[in-house]
Design a protein around this ligand. Structure first.
Ligand code: HEC
Ligand code: HEC
Length: 228
C-alpha cells in the first residue's frame, strides 16, 4: 500500500522534521565557516528530508544524475532559496531562511558536480505548463495503474497509491511532475519507463507528462490545492 511504502516514511520524516523543526534552520554554519564544503552544508541542511547521500529520504532523491542534468542550475538555486510552497522550506536569506546566496550556489554546484556527473538530460523539461486532466486519466490508466493501482485514492498496487488525498495534499504539482519524470530511482520507481515487459521506447511524451500531472492534481481535495 502506498501509505505504508511511501507516505508513512514521509509522515515519519515530517514527524522527525517537525520535532527537530527549530533545529534544522538553526544549524547554520557559523559565519566564519565560509569555506565549509558543500557536502557539510548538505548534511546539516538537507539530508534530514532528502536522505543521507541524497537518497532514500522522505523527499525525492537529489543524488539522481538524470534529475540534476535536466533541472537548470538557476531553477535549483531558486527552489532551494524560495522553497516550493510545500514542505520544501524556503532556505535562502532572501526568503527568510538561513542560507546565503553563496552557500546555495556552493551546494548546487557541489551536487551537480558530484551527483550529477554522467547524467543525461531528459527530452522533456523539468517544469512545464499544466496539461489536461481529462487526457491524463487515460495516460494514468495506460502507464501508471499497473503499479500504482486504480486512481480511487485507496487502491495501492505494488508501488502504492498516488491518488491518496493526504499524499496529494503534501506535494506540489512540480513534485508530482518530477516524480513522473524521474521516478524514485532510490526506491526502484521508474515511472517514466522503460516499463517491465514492454518495448523500451514506450515512454511518456511531454504532453502525456503534463496531462497525467494535471490528472493527479485534479484528485487533490480543493482545500489542499497546491499553487505551484
Ligand atoms: C523539511 C524537509 C526538507 C528540507 C530540510 C529540504 N527539503 Fe527539499 N524538498 C522537500 C520536499 C517535501 C520537497 C517536495 C516539495 C513539493 O511538494 O514540491 C522538496 C523539494 C526539493 C527540490 C525540488 C524537487 C522537485 O523537482 O520537485 C529541490 C531541488 C530540493 N528540495 C532541494 C533541497 C536542498 C538542496 C535542501 C537543503 C539546502 C533541501 N531541499 C532541504 C523537503 C525538504
Ligand atoms: C513499474 C512500476 C511503476 C510505474 C509503471 C509507475 N510508477 Fe510511479 N513509482 C513506482 C515506485 C516503485 C515508486 C516509489 C514508491 C515508494 O515511494 O516507495 C513510485 C513513485 C511514484 C510517485 C511518488 C514519488 C514520491 O515519493 O513522492 C509518484 C507521484 C508516481 N510514482 C507517479 C507515477 C505516475 C503518474 C505513473 C504513470 C505515468 C507512474 N508513477 C508509473 C513505480 C511505478
Amino acid at each position: 500500500m502506498r501509505l505504508v511504502v511511501s507516505v508513512v516514511p514521509v509522515a515519519i520524516g515530517w514527524g522527525m522534521m517537525l520535532a527537530g523543526c527549530d533545529r534544522i534552520p538553526l544549524e547554520q554554519p557559523a559565519a566564519t565557516d565560509a569555506v565549509a564544503s558543500w557536502d557539510g552544508l548538505y548534511m546539516t541542511q538537507c539530508a534530514g528530508c532528502h536522505g543521507a547521500d541524497g537518497v532514500r529520504g522522505p523527499a525525492r532523491p537529489l543524488a539522481d544524475p538524470a534529475y540534476l542534468a535536466t533541472v537548470s542550475r538557476e531553477d535549483l538555486i531558486r527552489v532551494i532559496a524560495r522553497g516550493q510552497g510545500t514542505f520544501m522550506p524556503a532556505m535562502g536569506t532572501v526568503a527568510g531562511g538561513t542560507l546565503a546566496d553563496a552557500e546555495i550556489e556552493r551546494l548546487v554546484d557541489g551536487m551537480r558536480k558530484v551527483w550529477g556527473k554522467e547524467g543525461a538530460a531528459l527530452a522533456t523539461p523539468w517544469a512545464g505548463a499544466p496539461g489536461s486532466a481529462q487526457a491524463g486519466g487515460a495516460v494514468y490508466a495506460s502507464f501508471c495503474q499497473s503499479c500504482h493501482g486504480a486512481p480511487d485514492g485507496r487502491s495501492a498496487g505494488s508501488a502504492g497509491s498516488v491518488t491518496d488525498a493526504n499524499y496529494l495534499r503534501l506535494v506540489s504539482d512540480q513534485a508530482l511532475r518530477s516524480a513522473v519524470l524521474f521516478g524514485r530511482r532510490d526506491l526502484g520507481g521508474a515511472c517514466n519507463g522503460p516499463y517491465d515487459g514492454q518495448p523500451r521506447d514506450r515512454r511518456l511524451s511531454a504532453q502525456d507528462v503534463a496531462d497525467v500531472v494535471a490528472f493527479l492534481a485534479s484528485r487533490r481535495p480543493e482545500s489542499g490545492r497546491s499553487t505551484r
